[in-house]
Write a protein that binds this ligand. Structure first.
Ligand SMILES: [Zn+2]
Length: 143
């Protein structure tokens, strides 16, 4: 939703919500925009367009905050339920795969070469985006 501050030809100011910028354009072009005060269709955006950007920015900020909160939860989950094996990740993953070690959830660091080798050997490992990796990663993390 986008909020526009609108102004009619008689100087009334009001605000209206639109599904999108295209929505506003379509309604304005077909003369469907009415001033709620005097009923004229001579309505245009008030010069304070920054209000639009502000509300969009706020929306983006909110979405980002939600994503960050989710990432934090995943990070906590990994920290609580996965064994951290540091740079021994590739070796541990191999041991579990061959049955030498008990299978468990692990995370740690692997070099890009190690990650590629694991993939070629058919050992399931997936890179964690940095925001999901507990402990700031110096190298790529896998789980
Ligand atoms: Zn008016």
């Amino acid at each position: 939703m986008i909020r526009y501050d609108l102004k009619c030809a008689n100087g009334d100011e009001f605000e209206a919500w639109f599904g999108s910028i295209a929505d506003y354009d379509a309604q304005a072009a077909s003369g469907q925009l009415l001033c709620p005060h005097c009923g004229t269709t001579h309505v245009q955006k008030a010069p304070m367009a920054p209000a639009v950007r502000t509300s969009e920015a706020k929306e983006a900020q909110k979405e980002r905050a939600v994503a960050m909160a989710m990432a934090a939860k995943v990070r906590e989950h990994i920290k609580d339920n996965f064994d951290y094996v540091g740079d021994k990740f590739a070796a541990e993953a191999r041991k579990m795969h061959s049955g030498e070690a008990e299978e468990r959830a692990i995370y740690g660091e692997a070099t890009p070469e190690e990650a590629r080798e694991l993939m070629e050997e058919g050992i399931p490992a997936s890179p964690l985006p940095p925001e999901l990796a507990p402990n700031a990663p110096a190298k790529r993390k896998l789980n």
